[in-house]
Design a protein around this ligand. Structure first.
Ligand SMILES: Nc1ncnc2c1ncn2[C@@H]1O[C@H](COP(=O)(O)OP(=O)(O)OP(=O)(O)O)[C@@H](O)[C@H]1O
Ligand SMILES: [Mg+2]
Length: 354
């Protein structure tokens, strides 16, 4: 006997597992930034909890909403220049603007930005040598220049900044963020700072500025994912699958078959037109009927005794209750030969059954 389950829809599984609440909070903050009321969000949690993953996924989302983003990550290997995360952010933003516009709009701040990006010093001038200026004043000028540059970019398009791995930051980078954070409430800028809380606070020089930041920020402490989320992620990992791939969507079915002791499943990607496609949707004001949908087709060969358990397993693993769950066809096989052993009939399928 052969059991063919056909039509399990592949759907659109997001590549971020869980984190819906934090994602929504960030999205609400982005909404605020679009209305000119920016914010600072602190994404904290232990190593590997998913800070970078969430921030990455979120900036991708922000760019689909026509925001631009810039990313600066700290470096733990030693030797990074001062303000390293800001250097990366400023470099990626400066690339979006032509140099004369930068020079004109930054005005007297231009040389201070060149202080961060020496490659621009011939066009923007150089800041005065450190000996000519009081260090606090020099720092103020630099922070002011940085804020001006961010405001200048954000006037063109709302901006999302990510400063990642701040537990490895130099204290000056955090002071710069404190300065920038004060202007966010009136700017279309969402800044997201990510760090391992315990590690960052274990460094005395970071603890004070982080405390200052926390008072101004929306805090998003990441906790462990739910059991279901972890299972979903582990399953995808175990098979080296991308959660967007049909094989990942199909993994629930494969698991259910495995529990029913059925081994040996073929899977193919197909396109189909099921009941779900009778739906008419409105897309940007235009009513459209959906085209063909991506689906997965399973083929399982089992002995007669295993047909019912296989059908049950397919129903258990494949039922979402939605249109598009597909159908099962049970068809007789006239002849089966196992190539490796030459076995025929029931002996050639797994499990062979009683
Ligand atoms: N919500 C999630 N969905 C899918 N994969 C995740 C999720 N959270 C974490 N991961 C995976 O776990 C691994 C670690 O996540 P990530 O690098 O985002 O952690 P982190 O909190 O930034 O850690 P670190 O403090 O070391 O920078 C990554 O391989 C990532 O793909
Ligand atoms: Mg990270």
């Amino acid at each position: 006997m052969s059991v063919v389950a056909q039509g399990q829809s592949t759907g659109n599984s997001p590549d971020l597992v869980g984190r819906a609440r934090e994602f929504e909070q960030l999205d609400a903050a982005l909404e605020g930034a679009f209305a000119g009321r920016g914010a600072l969000a602190l994404l904290t949690g232990e190593a590997g909890i998913g800070k970078t993953t969430l921030a990455r996924r979120f900036v991708e989302h922000a760019s689909t909403r026509d925001a631009i983003w810039a990313w600066g990550a700290c470096w733990d290997g030693g030797g990074a220049p001062a303000y390293w995360p800001w250097v990366q952010i400023v470099r990626s933003l400066a690339r979006r603007l032509d140099v004369p516009a930068l020079r004109d709009e930054l005005g007297e701040s231009a040389p201070w930005i060149a202080g961060l990006l020496p490659e621009l010093s011939s066009a923007l001038g150089s800041p005065p040598p450190p000996s000519d200026l009081d260090p606090d004043q020099a720092r103020f000028r630099l922070f002011d220049g940085l804020s001006r540059l961010l405001a200048m970019v954000a006037r063109r398009q709302p901006l999302v900044l990510v400063l990642d791995d701040l537990h490895w930051a130099d204290a000056s980078s955090l002071h710069a963020l404190e300065f920038v954070a004060r202007m966010l409430a009136d700017a279309p800028i969402l800044a997201i700072a990510a760090y391992r809380h315990a590690e960052a606070h274990a460094r005395d020089e970071l603890s004070v500025p982080l405390g200052g930041l926390a008072r101004m920020a929306m805090r998003l402490p990441l906790e462990g994912l739910s059991r279901d989320d972890v299972e979903q992620m582990a399953m995808a990992r175990a098979r080296g699958l991308d959660p967007q791939e049909p094989e990942f969507i199909a993994s629930g079915l494969v698991e259910a078959l495995h529990r029913a002791k059925v081994r040996g499943v073929s899977l193919s990607r197909i396109q189909g037109h099921g009941g779900e496609l009778d739906r008419v949707e409105t897309y940007r004001g235009t009513r459209v009927k959906m085209g063909l949908a991506d689906k997965v087709r399973f083929e399982v060969a089992v002995s007669d005794a295993f047909v019912e358990p296989t059908v049950e397993a397919l129903c258990e693993g494949g039922r979402t209750g939605e249109v598009g769950d597909g159908k099962i066809f049970v068809v007789a096989l006239e002849r089966v030969v196992r190539i490796r052993t030459g076995e025929i009939g029931d002996g050639a399928v797994t499990p062979a059954g009683a």
